[in-house]
Design a protein around this ligand. Structure first.
Ligand SMILES: [Zn+2]
Length: 217
C-alpha cells in the first residue's frame, strides 16, 4: 500500500474518533494529515456525512489546497490546514471541530486556564485564544500559526469560532482535540462554583516535561 493510501485509511478512521467523543455534529469538523516528505495532504471532503467517510472519499490536495486526487471537493477548511503545514514544518496533522465546551470558551474569547495537572501535561499551560478570522482566505491559518508558534499548546481556540489542534501526526492532533474538550468541560464545571487556582508555573513546567518525555510505553 502506498503512503497516500495508508493515510487515506488512517484519516478516514480518525474521523470516527470525532463522532465517538461527540466532538462534531452533521458534517462539521475535519481531520487532515501531511504526506511525509511531500507538499501534499490528505483531508476530509466537504459536506459528506460521517457515515459515508471511508478511504476512497478522502481527498488529496497540495499545500495550497488544490485538488490532486479524489472525486470530491476538499473540506471548506482546507486553506487553514494547508497554511499550517506550509508554515509549521513540524506539524503532521491538523484537526478542527466545534466541540461544544471548547467552543463556548472560544465564544467568550477566554483562554482555558491551566488549573489541572492534565492541562499542564497535555497543553503545557493555558490554552490560548486565537484572533477572530473569516473563512475564505489565509486568515484562519495565519491566526492559528501566530497563536501556536510561540506556545506549547497544541490547541488554539479561534475566537467566536472553535478549536483547531495540531500534532506530529493526525492521531496526535485528534488526541489533542479529545483532551481539549474534556478539560474545557471540567474547567467550565469548576467555574460554576468559583475560580479555581492556577497551578504554579514551575509545577506546570515539571508536569509538562515529565508527561512529554517519560509517560507511556
Ligand atoms: Zn469551523
Amino acid at each position: 500500500m502506498s503512503t497516500v493510501d495508508e493515510l487515506r485509511c488512517e484519516v478516514a478512521d480518525l474521523h470516527r474518533e470525532l463522532t465517538r467523543y461527540s466532538l462534531v455534529i452533521w458534517t462539521a469538523g475535519n481531520v487532515s494529515a501531511r504526506v511525509p516528505g511531500e507538499d501534499l495532504m490528505v483531508i476530509k471532503p466537504s459536506g459528506v456525512s460521517y457515515d459515508d467517510l471511508g478511504p476512497d472519499t478522502m481527498v488529496l490536495t497540495d499545500l495550497h489546497g488544490n485538488l490532486v486526487e479524489g472525486e470530491l471537493a476538499p473540506s471548506s477548511d482546507t486553506a487553514a490546514h494547508a497554511y499550517v503545514y506550509r508554515n509549521m514544518p513540524e506539524v503532521g496533522g491538523v484537526v478542527h471541530t466545534h466541540s461544544p465546551y471548547a467552543t463556548a470558551w472560544a465564544a467568550r474569547g477566554e483562554p482555558i486556564p491551566c488549573v489541572l495537572t492534565m492541562i499542564a501535561d497535555e497543553f503545557g499551560g493555558d490554552i490560548p485564544v486565537g484572533p477572530f478570522a473569516l473563512i475564505g482566505d489565509d486568515s484562519i491559518g495565519r491566526g492559528i500559526v501566530e497563536t501556536l508558534r510561540d506556545s506549547r499548546s497544541p490547541a488554539v481556540l479561534m475566537r467566536s469560532h472553535g478549536p483547531f489542534t495540531i500534532g506530529a501526526d493526525a492521531r496526535a492532533a485528534v488526541k489533542a482535540a479529545v483532551m481539549l474538550e474534556d478539560v474545557a468541560r471540567t474547567v467550565h464545571f469548576a467555574h460554576q462554583l468559583g475560580r479555581p487556582d492556577a497551578i504554579d508555573q514551575q509545577h506546570v513546567d515539571r508536569l509538562y516535561a515529565r508527561y512529554q518525555d517519560v509517560y507511556g510505553q
